[in-house]
Design a protein around this ligand. Structure first.
Ligand code: SF4
Length: 1002
């Protein structure tokens, strides 16, 4: 029964009347027989109240959108709308309907999805921190009004470049925003172009290498950062398009040059600087990153999480990890602290922070000593049998051994047609040699002699032994297979020493080694945390080497994988037959635009005018790595291909760049004050916006008015979507930000091509660009943009296997890997690697967080020959410690105490990814603040808390007790006071006070 308000009032009046006569009637009523009720559940209790409850879930309409923060999940969620307001969002339970053009279909097992963040997204959309329209910083606007004068110390102070965060932000129209940004960028490009620009930069103290890399173009001081562009291939890669093409047009206008000389901006990377990329992966497998669809985890019988937290950080896909357990898989967790996954493990191996490589080398020694490696796999698919010269530490080159040796002809196979290795590279790569045990001599090999191909060639290579070879110049050299060299290398890592270095329990080191050698399939998964530590390259190579030696690669349930950030813009992959892939959108030739909406993606002409850059150099005081060394004087460590240019414009989108910067306060205080224009595109008020000169307010995922497309590195789907509600405020799509500026450049320069670049945006036909990407990519070829959008579901990225398994072709079909040798490589013969002492997987102490000598290589191996550049071991500058390569045996290394440790800096501050956030996203959400820590409190009973939640730091209970720290006390984490929190800080500086890092102890 449902009562209207009128009926309720009527009924209430009747009840009161009944009460009034109750006294008199009570005696008689009490004697009346009970009223007969057929089905009490049908009559009682009165369930009308349920209607109120059900009504809370009533909605007028619903739509789906993609939740696409940088967490690699890309959940399609359904929003329910009432009176135009999104009341709630839910998972869509439809993965079984996902499919590809071959008829492959998804399974119910991918349901359900989402996490506590996704469920609260609408609280961010309607939340108080939303940016409600474009804004300009008051001082910066005045600076542009005054003609953008050069940044002398007085000018910086006058227009508050040195105190951006304390200046006011003014709400402006989109038109005004476009005008100011267009005008300032013309001025800045003019200022730094040509010889006059170079002179200015020299006067500002920039090294000549950084200026030379600009090729005279002022636009090369423009750093545009499309943050994690796979999250929105249209809106985010669109910013790369602007950096490439609009900035090349601007350079052509400013310098009066043609397309042959025009240069675009420097497009900042999204992956490496974050510490998101596992830097070891290119070393051992030749590709950017090895990752699987998470469904592959169910096949593992030995699942190793190394610094990876599937429980809290892979929420919608963590169930595959649970399925591994349900299917009898063994779980091992390697992490310093007793973490959430450690609670699920069969055994947890605690390890001293940053000493991981020593653990891995100790395990490799057990594998070798106990013959637990897969010898056939090592011979067929890895560099284990390749001969290394003991004098140069390089591969034995057949051109040095065999008279008139001709490289194998690889112009007809996989290397050329799939891996696109040009002949000039082929010459540089050369061939290599192995010791054939049948012929008892060194024989040449090439990169396609992998797997069955090597066996068919009748080669049986030795893994062990030392051999003497005569070179053509008459010299005799001793050579060894890589495997033999490692047998020598791991002698430093007997069980006692390994335990002494990494502090892992001895029995667990042995147990894990034996499990790795006997339980198959085995996989090691690593996480964001370990990527951020120094020397991740060698640590990661060590983890991968365990999977490689035991043959755990290229098969379901195996591998060494990493998912940090949704980095994989290579999913829309270009090929000669399909076209330029994502380049058909991001790198269309600025001066040869395709204006036909019906043109196939393959027809788009691409040209790269922009050049990539690593923001790490901005984060290193806006300088390349150049160090004055005692031995060689000024030494430039940054290679030509990576040399940054000076930063004068900094425009970021879909990322809180400043929040990501590891040296945050130095950036604010000492670096960004030299940058003339900082722009941020964001949804909410962030620290990035707080220190910006201009902020574009953009639509949320549920407000997009143009279609966008995403995919991810941890599941197999490509998805196209649009928003379902009208934008709440004066916000627009990412593409509209670029159009706002390009429109003004047309007005200011008279060149309409600035806007031609965005033709199908201004015509509201963005699906033309979506279709071009689909056409031009071998993984999407055949899909129709409208079908994908209207279907309101995901589709499969068309890859070779499902679940996607890296190196499947190499291990199952004997195809060469993407490395130099076509094999998994545990040895690195690059000259730099040899110079740094990292030709092997080596155990190196951290640059700072160690009780011992910072950055020391622990080894007695005579084939590790690092150069220390004459830098004394007492040098403390971070650059000195970073580049110095000192090799010592463990017995000596442990005697050198880190000077910081002696000063009392005796704690490791481990900063795992937060529990319910994606970087800083969701930080402003009240519910998330409450979920996040043990100090969440909606009533704010503790008046010290800044809001309904608080950051916390877990402290070892005994260490806290020893220092009189109680649960909930505020504690501070500080690093080396020589240059932290920023260079030149003083305790009396008020900014130093806000730069420290208070947390609640737990
Ligand atoms: S935040 Fe990530 S896991 Fe959570 S709903 Fe969104 S995409 Fe899915």
């Amino acid at each position: 029964m449902f009562l209207t308000r009128r009926q309720f009032m009527k009924a209430s009046a009747g009840t009161m009347a009944a009460l009034a006569i109750a006294d008199k009637a009570l005696a008689l009523t009490a004697l009346q027989p009970v009223i007969e009720v057929g089905n009490p559940l049908g009559e009682y209790p009165d369930r009308s109240w349920e209607r109120v409850y059900h009504d809370q879930y009533r909605y007028d309409s619903s739509f789906t959108y993609i939740c696409t923060p940088n967490d690699t999940h890309g959940c399609r969620v359904r929003a329910f709308v009432r009176n135009g307001v999104v009341m709630r969002v839910e998972q869509n339970y439809d993965h079984q309907t996902y499919e590809d053009l071959y008829g492959n279909r998804g399974t119910f097992s991918w349901n359900p999805r989402m996490c506590l963040k996704g469920y609260t997204f609408h609280r961010r959309v309607y939340g108080p921190y939303r940016l409600k329209g474009p804004m300009l910083r008051k001082g910066w606007k005045a600076w542009v009004d005054d003609g953008c004068p050069e940044l002398s110390p007085e000018v910086k102070a006058k227009y508050r470049f040195t105190s951006r965060g304390e200046d006011d932000m003014l709400r402006v129209s989109w038109d005004t925003m476009g005008t100011y940004l267009a005008k300032a960028q013309i001025k800045i490009a003019e200022r730094y172009s040509g010889e006059a620009g170079a002179r200015r930069l020299r006067e500002q103290g920039y090294p000549p290498e950084m200026i030379e890399t600009m090729k005279g173009g002022g636009t090369r001081t423009f750093k545009y950062r499309p943050g994690m562009a796979l999250l929105g291939l249209i809106g985010k890669i669109g910013f790369g398009r602007m950096s490439n093409s609009n900035l090349a047009m601007l350079d052509a206008y400013v310098r009066k040059v043609g397309p042959d000389k025009a240069v675009g901006g420097r497009t900042w990377s999204s992956y490496t600087w974050h510490g998101d990329q596992p830097p070891d992966h290119p070393f051992w497998n030749g590709t950017q990153t090895s990752d699987i669809d998470h469904a592959d985890m169910r096949f593992s019988k030995l699942h190793v999480s190394w610094g990876k937290n599937f429980v809290e950080h892979k929420m919608p896909e963590a169930h595959w990890f649970i399925e591994c357990m349900e299917r009898g898989g063994r779980i091992v967790v390697i992490v310093p602290e007793y973490s959430p996954p450690a609670t699920k493990a069969d055994y947890w191996i605690p390890v001293r922070p940053a000493s991981d490589a020593s653990l891995f080398l100790g395990v490799i020694k057990v594998l070798m000593d106990e013959n637990l490696y897969d010898a056939d796999f090592c011979k067929q698919y890895t560099d284990s049998p390749i001969l290394i010269r003991t004098d140069t530490l390089q591969y034995l080159d057949p051109r040095d051994v065999i008279k008139d040796y001709k490289l194998f002809d690889l112009t007809h196979g996989y290397s050329k047609y799939v891996q696109a290795i040009k002949q000039e590279y082929r010459e540089r790569l050369g061939d290599f040699m192995v010791w054939d045990v049948n012929k008892k001599q060194a024989v040449p090999m090439h990169r396609e002699l992998v797997g069955i191909n090597m066996t068919k060639a009748g080669i049986d290579p030795a893994l062990e032994g030392t051999y003497r070879v005569k070179l053509l110049d008459g010299k005799d050299v001793d050579v060894m297979p890589v495997f033999q060299m490692y047998k020598i290398h791991v002698q430093d890592f007997d069980l006692d020493t390994t335990h002494a270095i990494c502090q892992s329990p001895k029995d667990l080191i042995v147990r894990w080694a034996r499990d790795c050698g006997t339980v198959k399939p085995m996989a090691i998964h690593s996480g964001e945390g370990v990527n951020h530590w120094f020397h991740r390259t060698t640590n990661g190579r060590g983890a991968a080497m365990i999977t490689i030696l035991t043959g755990n690669q290229g098969k379901f349930g195996t591998g060494s994988h990493n998912w940090s950030g949704n980095y994989k813009t290579g999913i829309p992959q270009g090929t000669p037959w399909s076209g330029g892939g994502i380049g058909a959108w991001g790198a269309e030739d600025a001066f040869d635009l395709e204006m036909d909406p019906k043109a196939n993606g393959k027809e788009i002409r691409t040209k790269y005018y922009a050049y990539g850059e690593e923001p790490a150099y901005w984060n290193h005081g806006d300088r390349g790595l150049i160090v004055n060394t005692p031995k060689y004087g000024r030494k430039v460590f940054t290679g030509k291909t990576h040399m940054p240019s000076p930063t004068k414009v900094e425009w970021s989108m879909n990322v809180n760049l400043l929040n990501n910067a590891k040296y945050h306060y130095d950036m604010v205080k000492n670096v960004d004050s030299n940058v003339e224009m900082i722009v941020v595109q964001d949804l909410e008020m962030t620290s990035g916006v707080n220190y910006a000169d201009g902020a574009f307010a953009i639509n949320s995922w549920m407000e997009f008015t143009y279609p966008d497309m995403t995919a991810t590195c941890s599941n197999p789907w490509v998805q196209v979507w649009k928003g379902g509600i009208r934008p709440l405020y004066d916000t627009r799509n990412d593409l509209d930000c670029y159009v706002a500026v390009a429109t003004k450049w047309v007005e200011m320069t008279g060149d309409k091509r600035f806007l031609d670049l965005w033709k199908f945006v201004t015509e509201n036909k963005v699906e033309v660009y979506v279709q071009r990407i689909l056409d031009a990519s071998n993984t999407f070829y055949g899909y129709n943009a409208k079908t994908l959008l209207q279907s309101e579901k995901g589709w499969f990225v068309m890859t070779r296997t499902y679940p996607r398994q890296p190196f499947w072709e190499h291990v199952n079909e004997s195809k060469s890997m993407w490395t130099r040798t076509g094999r998994f490589e545990n040895y690195c013969m690059l000259p730099e690697a040899i110079e740094y002492g990292e030709n092997f997987v080596v155990a190196r102490e951290d640059v700072e967080a160690t009780p011992y000598l910072p950055s020391v290589i622990i080894s007695t191996n005579p084939f590790v020959r690092p150069d220390d550049y004459g830098i004394p071991i007492t040098a403390m500058h971070h650059d000195d410690r970073h580049v110095r390569n000192t090799k010592l045996p463990w017995n000596e290394a442990k005697r050198h105490v880190n000077p910081l440790w002696e000063k009392g800096y005796q704690f490791y501050c481990i900063t795992p990814k937060t529990r319910h956030r994606v970087h800083s996203q969701w930080s402003v959400n009240d519910w998330i603040q409450m979920f996040e820590s043990n100090f969440g409190d909606p009533y704010r009973m503790d008046k010290r808390t800044p809001g309904v939640g608080e950051h916390q730091m877990h402290v070892n209970p005994q260490a806290a007790k020893d220092r009189g720290i109680n649960d909930g006390d505020y504690i501070y984490a500080d690093a080396n006071p020589a240059d932290r929190p920023y260079r030149g800080w003083k305790p009396s500086d008020p900014f130093a006070k806000v730069s420290s890092w208070p947390r609640r102890s737990r």
